[in-house]
Each structure stands twice: as C-alpha cells, then as structure tokens.
Design a protein around this ligand. Structure first.
Ligand code: PMP
Ligand code: GLN
Length: 404
C-alpha cells in the first residue's frame, strides 16, 4: 500500500477522543474532553429547529447566512467596539476548527514561519505542518509558586519572529490552562506582527468565558492589529452547543476573502438551520453573555476548592472551561499521562494530561487539566470519587508518594 501523508501518518488519535473512550470504558466521570453536560439556550435550539422544519435546507451562501454574518458584525461592535462590513468582513465556517484550518491553509506556504505559544490546542501544529510551514514555538512561563501566570517571555517572543514570519497564532483565553492574555501581552504580539508584517490569527473561542471582571482583549481591537488580524469565534463555546460546529471569522475584507478561498474547498458551507439558531443567539441580551461567565466561574471555584482540599495544586484559571492542577502531593512518580490514566481507571474521574498540549518531549509532566463546565452535582460526585481515592491512597503505604 502507498504511504500516507507524512504529517498525518505520524499522528495518533487526539487526546480528547482517547480520554473520552477510556472514561466510557471505566464508567468514569468525564472531566477530560471539554463539553458542557447541559445543552445551550432553548430559544437558540428552537430557532434552529424551526429553520430545519421550515427550510430551505439547501446550500446556504458560501460566506454564511446573511442573518448570521450581520449578527457576528453586530456582536463584534457590541462587545469589542469593532466596526465590520458584514458583507465582506465576516465568514461562517463549520466550527472554529475549520476556521483555523482555512485561515492557515489560505496563507501558509512551504518555508513560511508561524509563531505559536505552548501550551497549544491540538489542531494547530498538524495543519501548520501539512502546509509545509515551520512552527516557531514560544513557551509560556510555566507556573511556579511565585509566578503562576503563564506570561509571554518577552525575549523568547522577539526571538521567535523573523522576516520569514507569515503568521502568529494566539489563543486567548487559552486552552488548556485558562490564561487570559493581558493588554501588554497583546500589544507586544501586535507590535512584533506589525514590525514583521505578519498576520495575526486570534483563536478567541472562549471570548465570553472570562472570569473575575477581566477584560477579553482581541488583537483586532488594536489600531495596528485591525488590518492584520483574523478573529475566530465558536457558537459551540458561546452557546454550550459544541456538537453544532458553527464557527465564524471576522477581520479585514482582503484577509477574509482569502480565507474564503480555502473554506470553499474544505466544507463550502455550514448547515443553514444551525446558522439560523446561532444568528438568534448572538443577538441575545448582554445578561446572557455575562451570565454564562458568572455561572462558569462559580463552577471553577467549586472544583478548584474541592481539588485543593484533596491535595491538588490548583493553578489560577481566568477563563475557558478548564483549570490545570499539579498532583505531586498525591503521586510523586507518575508522569501526567500515567496519572490521568490512574485517575480515570482507579478514581473514576477522567482528565487530560497537559503535556498533550506541547510539541516536544520536554513538556511539563506534572499537570493535568480538569474541565468544569458540568452540572454542580456532577462536579460534586467527581470530587467525592477523588476524595475516596485519595483517602485510600493514605491507607495503602505502598501507594504513598515518595515525598509524603
Ligand atoms: N480552539 C480552541 C482553543 C478550542 O478549545 C476548541 C475546542 N473545541 C476549538 C478551537 C474548536 O472549536 P469548534 O468546536 O468550534 O471547532
Ligand atoms: N476543545 C475541546 C477540548 O479541549 C475538545 C475538542 C475535541 O474533542 N476535538 O477538550
């Protein structure tokens, strides 16, 4: 048989699928893969259901339903103060995954360099490499007791850029650790991108899931970012409808026109009924958007407090569905992948190892990611299971951590 594409041939199954399968096999509570366990707003689902029954159910316009493109433009004006021409500066895609892939394929050529930040979402590097481009990874400052903020190291950032930099991909708020980039950090990225004339691809799927009064800042808001940033959003996250796979991009017309060239050959378009539902969702009152963040922040606190009481070193999470936690007080030997497996199989709670979000073999191996967008009763049951498991550890000397 002929060989596969060398990039894809070298890859395994995504960590989300692997951990969800393991969770199912062991009837574990799945705090691994990031998805809510309640469905999104009823009016959004009802609008999609009506559109499905009333039709038309034929190909919608390649750029997206006008109603949804207008709603995205109005949304970006309302929340970010950005004025967009919905006819040319917004594109609808089948999820943020397609939006990111289309944007990378639209611009990258073999030998181009792409600046990315580790830890990073799992779909970025395969697509960069499929395009033949060269990733330049900037590792965010790993947390320690004094400095748990995943900040961008300024010197490493400057070193990552070069005249070959075609694009920089920034995810804020950041999966898997919940970091929300500050205005200073965004400014530094925009300044360098402007200096090297690079495109900024901003993965902002968690834009509304930001906690504790922090602002979500997009490089598209920056005067020097407006002409070179493509912003990516996802109805999956904003409306707790991850299975719908409706995404949207906004940015300057010339860049969006080029991304549309890739989109027209990837999926061409996205189910119209789902687009109609999301169009209604994006016009919801401000209270909906602030409400989802408040509700989720309370879940973060519920899980964080419970984990800390059990001996996990919980790192601060300012946004997203996720928090990262160290486990060295519970297991001094296992790496994160083995520990995630132990938790799933022995405690009945599935999590994701944070090293899955790194490229090389020298990733931090002492952190796991917990997803907290679950019903309170589910979080409580997960904590109860973990409590029983840690208590049993204490009674079994052979399992005690070495430094305990
Ligand atoms: N980017 C990040 C950072 C994500 O966590 C996800 C998760 N699903 C995506 C993109 C993909 O979003 P979608 O499901 O809309 O394709
Ligand atoms: N974004 C989700 C996560 O980080 C998973 C998406 C997927 O399963 N591909 O858990």
């Amino acid at each position: 048989m002929k060989s596969s594409n060398h990039v894809l041939g070298g890859l395994g199954t995504t960590i989300f699928t692997v951990m969800s399968a393991l969770a199912q096999e062991h009837q574990a509570i799945n705090l691994g893969q990031g998805f809510p366990d309640t469905d999104g707003p009823e009016d959004v689902r009802a609008a999609a259901a009506r559109a499905l029954m009333d039709g038309p159910n034929q190909y919608p316009p390649m750029m997206g339903l006008p109603a949804l493109r207008q709603a995205v433009a109005d949304h970006d004006r309302r929340f970010l103060g950005i004025d967009l021409d919905w006819t040319r500066e917004v594109l609808v895609t089948s999820g943020a995954t397609e939006a990111l892939t289309a944007a990378l394929l639209a611009f990258l050529e073999p030998g181009d360099e792409v600046v990315l930040f580790e830890p990073l979402y799992d779909s970025y590097l395969p697509i960069v490499r499929l395009a033949g481009a060269v990733p330049k990874l900037v590792r965010l400052a790993p947390p320690d007791a004094a400095h748990a903020d995943w900040s961008i190291p300024a010197e490493a950032l400057a070193r990552a850029f070069s005249p070959l930099t075609k694009l920089v991909l920034l995810n804020t708020p950041l999966n898997p650790v919940g970091k929300v980039f500050t205005a200073d950090e965004i400014n530094a990225v925009v300044d360098l991108a402007a200096h090297y004339d690079a495109i900024i691809l901003a993965d902002e799927v968690y834009e509304h899931l930001v906690f504790d009064g922090r602002p979500h800042i997009s490089p598209l808001q920056h005067p020097k970012g407006r002409g070179r940033t493509i912003r990516v959003g996802s109805a999956g996250k904003t409306f707790s409808l991850t299975g719908w796979k409706v995404g949207y991009l906004s940015g300057p017309a010339e860049l969006i026109r080029l991304v549309a060239k890739a989109h027209q050959y990837l999926t061409f378009t996205t189910p119209p009924a789902l687009q109609a539902g999301v169009a209604l969702g994006l016009t919801k009152e401000d209270a909906y958007f602030s409400g989802i963040a408040t509700e989720l922040a309370a879940k973060r606190d519920r899980l964080a407090l419970g984990l800390a009481a059990l001996g996990f070193d919980v790192l601060p999470a300012g946004g997203t569905y996720f928090l990262a936690a160290g486990f060295r007080h519970l297991d001094a030997v296992s790496d994160d992948a083995s520990f995630a497996r132990r938790l799933t199989v022995e405690a009945g709670v599935a999590v994701v190892p944070v090293s899955a979000f790194y490229d090389g073999t020298d990733a931090p191996r002492d952190l796991v990611r917990f997803c907290f967008c679950k019903q309170d009763s589910v979080l409580d049951e997960a904590l109860a299971r973990l409590g029983r498991w840690t208590a049993a550890l204490g009674q079994a000397p052979a399992n005690l951590p070495r430094d305990a």
